[in-house]
Design a protein around this ligand. Sequence first.
Ligand code: ADP
Ligand code: MG
Length: 255
Amino acid sequence: LGKEDVVLSVEGLRKTFGGLVATDDATFEVERGTITGMIGPNGAGKSTLFNLVSGFYDPEAGSVTVNGVDVTGAEPHEVAEKGLVRTFQTPRKLEGMTVREAMLVGPRSQVGESFVSLFTRGDEVTTQERKNLEDAHRILEEFEIGDLAHQAATDLSGGQMKLVELARAMLAEPEILLLDEPVAGVNPTLANKLSDQIERLNEQGTTFLVIEHDMEFIMNLADPIVVLDRGHVLTEGTPDEVRSDDRVIDAYLGG
Ligand code: ADP
Ligand code: MG
């Protein structure tokens, strides 16, 4: 791949927790314009890798490059500014907020300080804040959940929460969006809707890296697929290549 074609490059990443090696010399690239899948058995280190790539953890070795810029050791908001945004496997608690407010929690910073003033301050909203509000409404409409805007965020179903998470991440206008198990616990109707939205956004130019446990879902959505096992990239390829790879089958059965 040429430099211009690579939106995310991960090289030799390592992260340990006490004696446990969660990420072990992880190396791969995500090509611009793709929906790249990431699979691997429970505990393979998928979520840890997302935390390393998005600036939530500092790697003990290795590097992360976004759009040709080295972001190793950068803060989450700095990584977001370079164009990489992520969602969480477990959406954060949003008590006391409406969906619209939840949408505005740190859309551009990944940290969550930006919206507080808007709803507690009472004085003039800035041009940027007004734009964020308009964008939030537009994106909720595009996701066909505009009618949820003023509902309490805690009243949403798990599936609706995941849609709001995706919509919220899109507010940051990422070049690459990392989704950690977007359809875990989501009913099939909403899962299809999520899938459609990811494909629509991809056609409009957003690159995706998607962790998903649901094989059927990820094999239909993503190409290529990166397989992680014990913190290491075991192999990558098309869904068919990965599906028929004995090492992948062993990794899932071997535990
Ligand atoms: P996956 O997302 O592929 O299921 P994780 O990245 O969550 O895997 O976890 C990889 C390994 O690291 C697991 O053995 C897990 O128990 C361990 N781990 C993850 N996060 C932490 C943490 N904050 N502290 C200690 N161990 C952790
Ligand atoms: Mg995980």
